[in-house]
Design a protein around this ligand. Sequence first.
Ligand code: CP
Ligand code: NVA
Length: 302
Amino acid sequence: MDSLLSITDIKDDVSYILDLACKIKAGEMEEKPLEGKTLAMIFQKSSTRTRVSFDVGMYQLGGRAIFLSSNDLQMGRGEPIYDTAKVLSRFVDGIMIRAIKHEDVVELAEHAEVPVISGLTDLEHPCQALADVLTIKEHFGSFENKKICFVGDGNNVCNSLLLIAPLLGMDMSVACPKGYEPSEEILKTALEYAKENNTEIVVSDDIGVALENVDVVYTDVWVSMGDEAEAKQRKLDFAPFQVNSDLMSLANEGAIFMHCLPAVRGQEVTSEVIDGPQSVIFDEAENRMHAQKAVLYYFMKD
Ligand code: CP
Ligand code: NVA
């Protein structure tokens, strides 16, 4: 069964899904393609955008979604992932899961008999990356000669962007302090994609190097869900990587600012930047729904 746990799962179909998302957003899609279908949504972590956009997205496609907090599920009391996968597969047509551990989602997908879509794990956030590139495409018209720089923590959001950027022909850099680099495994795959697509990937702790010729400056929180115990140290380590007007001035003229949200104003980004004219954060948030409707259609339509 096909699932979306990583951008690598849709390696050859990213452009197709994006085109689908554009059509869906433009209203050029058949009415209610997922009529009668149900999506189970398991959340082991908090969410605003993912929960609401999947719920509304399913509704708009003619189906419905069921919110399942892991606190209330038997899984939260120790029911095996295997049994949960088998049982849910008898009731629903797809499972969306936001999980603490990526391995748990891999296990769920292995045993589910319906598609499993990741709504974030500690390793990746593929639906976010799809919404992000949709936003970039809309803003600039194409990905040609575009470069994105992720500033801060080499986290789940950064990992998915590293995989998707080369697949669309974009260059990418990551500006992060030593010790906070993206996943080695992901970087290895991203470098392979970059080679295949003739694009460049640079990871550096030198902001000046990473910000060379950049069209998109992207950041995310310094303390992701699950990293709270390291908050104090992280705030010290990431301080020089705050996205402020000085840092934005290193990017190309016409560069945009992106953030997956939720954001902490005054930490990873100043109010001046996130609420300023270069920021496209709310278009980006809206695009979660359009991109995910394309994902739901792609994975769940008969
Ligand atoms: N960006 C994102 O996934 O937001 P939520 O945590 O609110 O779902
Ligand atoms: N990196 C953040 C993303 C939140 C959408 C986290 O994992 O908490």
